[in-house]
Design a protein around this ligand. Structure first.
Ligand SMILES: [Zn+2]
Length: 170
């Protein structure tokens, strides 16, 4: 997060949150289970986005999110399987600023969806105070997983009732 130019990414009404966001992000970056695994990206553009899909946008099952800043924490990765935690600030499909925290695993369905979000929480925010509250809750959700795991994708898929290599073999 140190390298993210938040002033180029966030609208003025959220800039009072900058110090708190950096403090919270640093706590996440330095968690013992996350150290060296966190990657931050940002996509300057403080105006609400057009509705087209462009780089920095992600089309999820809830619509197109226009990312402003995001962190991915890769907990497990082989050639074929992976588990990742994500935290982002984005414009929602309805052009509201949202903070999103999620657990993502590789898809093992017969029809390939690429990825499944097996846990996801999001908060709409309208000012710096709400931004800090949401970021606090989002980093806490991820820190809880970093404390306890599971650190492999299989248990998450089974918990979510998704096909898994271990239960699709005869
Ligand atoms: Zn799938």
């Amino acid at each position: 997060m140190t390298s993210v130019p938040l002033r180029e990414v966030l609208s003025p009404e959220y800039l009072d949150a900058e110090d708190d966001l950096r403090t919270l992000a640093h706590k996440l970056d330095s968690h013992r289970s996350a150290a060296g695994r966190v990657a931050w990206h940002w996509y300057p553009g403080t105006e609400p986005p057009p509705t087209s899909t462009e780089p920095g946008e992600t089309a999820g099952e809830f619509g197109v999110y226009h990312l402003l800043v995001d962190a991915t924490i890769q907990l497990y990765a082989t050639g074929a399987d992976w588990l990742e935690l994500t935290l982002d600030i984005a414009w929602s499909p309805s052009s509201k600023v949202t903070v999103n925290a999620a657990v993502e695993v590789a898809c093992w369905c017969i029809q390939d969806h690429n990825m499944h979000q097996v846990r996801r929480t999001q908060w709409h925010v309208t000012n710096s105070g709400e931004m800090v509250d949401a970021f606090t809750a989002g980093t806490a959700m991820l820190a809880d997983i970093l404390d306890k795991g599971p650190f492999e994708p299989q248990p998450w898929r089974i918990l979510a009732g998704l096909p898994d290599p271990s239960n699709t073999k005869p």
